[in-house]
Design a protein around this ligand. Structure first.
Ligand SMILES: [Zn+2]
Ligand SMILES: [Zn+2]
Length: 164
């Protein structure tokens, strides 16, 4: 698989924290201390995570942020265009939208792993379909659901035994 290497981050003007502060100011809200802790923590590393994983992760890092604040801040970060929501078969995951190139995903239903890939054909298809319908595309969601190579390998010896 040629495209499984991590994607290069984009160079953006300003930090995610600054963008979030701007977004909140427009809405007449403040970047409170718990929100600041969350944004910094989330934009420290690129990964796919769900709300519960984030809560556990924060606890491990010794940062105390209430579950309610985590849920509300995640919603705000999606609205601000800083996080992207990924609806997977059995959970909702989040990842950086800010500072990261557009890409698509494969989701393993056995181990829950999310694998990223970039494919220009999908982008071309999106443009072709949109043009055909007079639609102006700004984004799309494309998730391939199935079984990853590691889980396929773990499964196959059992299968072979079944055949005997
Ligand atoms: Zn797997
Ligand atoms: Zn991704």
């Amino acid at each position: 698989m040629a495209d499984s290497a991590p994607l290069e981050p984009l160079v953006e003007q300003g930090s995610a924290e600054e963008k979030f502060r701007e977004f909140l100011e427009i809405r007449g809200e403040k970047l409170t201390e718990p929100r600041r802790v969350l944004v910094r923590h989330i934009f420290d590393s690129h990964k796919h995570f769900d709300a519960d994983e984030l809560v556990a992760d924060l606890r491990t890092a010794g940062r105390r942020v209430s579950r309610a604040t985590v849920y509300r801040t995640l919603r705000l970060l999606v609205e601000a265009g800083l996080l992207r929501e990924l609806r997977l078969t059995n959970r909702t995951a989040y990842e950086h939208d800010f500072g990261y190139p557009s890409h698509d995903h494969m989701h393993c239903t056995e181990c829950n792993r999310v694998i990223e890939f970039r494919n220009d054909e999908i982008r071309r298809l999106r443009e072709a379909i949109s043009t055909e319908h007079g639609f102006r595309a700004s984004a799309h969601r494309f998730v391939i659901t199935g079984v990853c190579p590691a889980c396929s390998r773990a499964r196959s010896p059992r299968r072979r035994l079944d055949l005997i």
